[in-house]
Ligand binder design. Structure first.
Ligand code: ATP
Ligand code: MG
Length: 140
């Protein structure tokens, strides 16, 4: 099973990419695809479309386009739910010890990492960043 993760611009900018990846690998995820991208405003707006009416939407889009981020496809038998456990709560102050956000997030907005929140969204989000043909090449 696969899910989408994004190491956000705060963590990439702070030089924490390798440390975040290390936690994810230690927790048992396999990295199946990865690309460093600078999201355009249109891409960030589309990706977080579900939050369009929320007060944090405009600042969230500004933050997500503020620098490069690392988009990744992660694989694990229980990838979606397990990655949500491993990243921790949205607000790092509420995140459990040892979670990625507790370790590396600065604030509720600048919270180091994104993870898909349902199997349906994981399929949508993986396809958003990684066309199927590109993933198939790995096994070819
Ligand atoms: P993500 O979707 O990035 O994995 P999440 O599922 O834990 O995070 P969401 O409710 O989907 O949380 O919010 C998306 C993102 O919007 C958060 O990760 C955070 O960067 C930002 N965000 C959410 N709530 C707030 C808030 N109250 N104030 C500021 N930023 C927020
Ligand atoms: Mg979310």
């Amino acid at each position: 099973m696969q899910t989408l993760a994004i190491i956000k611009p705060d963590a990439v900018g702070a030089g924490k990419t390798g440390q975040v990846l290390s936690v994810l690998e230690q927790k048992g995820f396999k990295v199946r695809a990865a690309r460093l991208v600078r999201l355009s405003r249109v891409e960030a707006e589309a990706f977080y479309e579900v939050h369009r009416e929320r007060p944090f939407y405009a600042p969230l889009v500004a933050f997500m386009t503020s620098g490069p981020c690392l988009t990744m496809v992660l694989e694990h038998p229980d990838a979606v739910a397990y990655l949500r456990d491993v990243i921790g709560a949205t607000d790092p102050a509420q995140a459990a010890p040892g979670t990625v956000r507790r370790l590396y997030a600065e604030s509720k907005e600048r919270n180091a990492i994104h993870a898909s929140d349902s199997p349906e969204n994981a399929v949508r989000e993986v396809a958003f960043f990684f066309p199927e043909a590109e993933l198939r090449k790995l096994d070819g």
